[in-house]
Design a protein around this ligand. Structure first.
Ligand SMILES: Cc1cc2nc3c(=O)[nH]c(=O)nc-3n(C[C@H](O)[C@H](O)[C@H](O)COP(=O)(O)O)c2cc1C
Length: 219
C-alpha cells in the first residue's frame, strides 16, 4: 500500500507537520509504504495558465510539481495538509493545487484521501473545504477530514485523533471501502460538469481525454 503525505506549510516543524508526521509514523507501523513531502522543500513554479497540458498532457515546466503529481497518481492514498492562511490554504499549497493535474485529469480516481487543515481561530473550516472539494472533485474517496485549531507556534496535536485517522485510512484502503454517497456526488459533478465541458473542447483537451482512457475512466 503506497501513501503520499504532503505538507503545505512553510514551517517544517509546525502544527500541520506534527499532525502529518504522527499519521506517517502510524501508517508505517501498520506496514504502508509512505513518503512524506514538505512543499517548501520542492521546486514548484506557479502555473503559467498556458493550458498546454490540456492539449498535450504535459506541462511546460519540468519541475517537482510534475514528479509529485505523477507519484500521487500512482499511489493508493494521499494525505494532504495545510495551515489556514486568510481563511484559505497556504500559498504554497495553492501553487501545488494549480500545478498538480488534479480535477480535470481526475488524478485521484479511485484513491483514498485524508485532508488536514490547521488554524488558530477562524477560517480553518474554509481551508478544509478547499482541500475536501479538491479531493472529491478529483475522484478520490474522502476517508477523513481533520480540522485542528491551536495557538500559532504550538505543535501540540491530538495524537489519538491523528492515529485514529491513519487507522481509518489504512483500513479503508485495505478493504477497498466504498463510499456510495461520495460516488454519487462525484458521478454528478463529473458526468454533468467536467466530462461534457472537456468533450466540447475537442482537440484542445486531447491530453486530458488520453489520460482518462489510460486510467480507465472513459473509453
Ligand atoms: C499569514 C498567516 C495567515 C493566517 N491566517 C489564519 C486564518 O485566517 N485563520 C486561522 O485560523 N489561522 C490563521 N493563521 C494561523 C495558522 O493557520 C495556524 O497557526 C496554523 O496552525 C499554522 O500551521 P503550521 O504551524 O503548520 O505552519 C495564519 C497564519 C499566518 C502565518
Amino acid at each position: 500500500m503506497r501513501i503520499i503525505v504532503i505538507n503545505g506549510s512553510p514551517r517544517k516543524n509546525g502544527l500541520t507537520a506534527a499532525f502529518l508526521h504522527c499519521m506517517e509514523t502510524r501508517l508505517k507501523e501498520k506496514g504502508a509504504d509512505v513518503t512524506y513531502y514538505d512543499l517548501s522543500e520542492l521546486d514548484i513554479r506557479p502555473c503559467a495558465g498556458c493550458c498546454s497540458c490540456y492539449r498535450s498532457g504535459c506541462c511546460i515546466y519540468d519541475d517537482d510539481a510534475e514528479r509529485l503529481s505523477a507519484e500521487t497518481g500512482d499511489a493508493d492514498g494521499i494525505v494532504i495538509g495545510s495551515p489556514t492562511y486568510a481563511s484559505n490554504v497556504s500559498g504554497l499549497m495553492k501553487c501545488f493545487i494549480d500545478r498538480g493535474h488534479f480535477v480535470i485529469e481526475q488524478l485521484l480516481h479511485g484513491k483514498y484521501a485524508v485532508t488536514v487543515a490547521t488554524g488558530e481561530n477562524y477560517g480553518s473550516r474554509d481551508a478544509s473545504a478547499v482541500l475536501n472539494r479538491l479531493m472529491t472533485y478529483s475522484g478520490a474517496y474522502l476517508s477523513g477530514r481533520v480540522v485542528f485549531n491551536a495557538p500559532f507556534g504550538s505543535a501540540d496535536i491530538d495524537k489519538a485523533k491523528a492515529e485514529r485517522t491513519a487507522d481509518s485510512l489504512y483500513n479503508d484502503i485495505s478493504k477497498k471501502k466504498s463510499f456510495p454517497f461520495q460516488c454519487l456526488k462525484h458521478g454528478i459533478i463529473f458526468g454533468a460538469g467536467i466530462r461534457p465541458f472537456v468533450r466540447k473542447k475537442g482537440e484542445l483537451y486531447r491530453g486530458v481525454t488520453e489520460k482518462w482512457k489510460a486510467a480507465g475512466i472513459c473509453k
